[in-house]
Design a protein around this ligand. Structure first.
Ligand code: SF4
Length: 125
């Protein structure tokens, strides 16, 4: 958190192009998170927080509704998708890593895998 003009703001990115990830504990969740950070670091999309939606942070939810939003989920449990759906966020791009052929619990978190998913996210979305 950073204090600016006595208003507490966080450093999460907002803008026209935004990415969020399920950031789950398993290999695919970790990769989803690392890919989102790589998109941010390469100025493809701003990264923001899926957890803020789960916490019903209204400004974030409203910003997501206006943005070109990409959500990366790791597996068919679809945690991110369920959180967005419950918040009424319907207009977003969606990438599920198992749809790309990666297997939960059997995918090494390597730079090669991260790069391959990143390329898919950056080019296709
Ligand atoms: S979508 Fe799958 S990988 Fe992501 S947090 Fe949920 S259970 Fe974990």
């Amino acid at each position: 958190m950073e204090t600016n003009n006595n208003v507490k703001t966080c450093l999460c990115g907002s803008g026209e192009y935004v990415v969020i990830a399920c950031s789950g504990a398993c290999d695919l969740g970790q990769i989803s998170d690392l890919v989102a950070r790589k998109l941010r670091d390469n100025n493809i999309r701003k990264m923001n927080c899926l957890a803020a939606v789960a916490a019903d942070v209204k400004p974030t939810i409203e910003m997501f509704k206006e943005a070109d939003l990409l959500l990366i989920d790791g597996c068919p449990v679809d945690c991110g998708k369920k959180i967005l759906d419950k918040a009424g966020i319907t207009n977003y791009k969606y990438m599920r890593m198992t749809d790309l052929g990666y297997v939960k619990g059997q995918t090494p978190v390597t730079s090669e895998v991260i790069e391959a998913v990143y390329e898919k996210a950056a080019v296709d979305f």
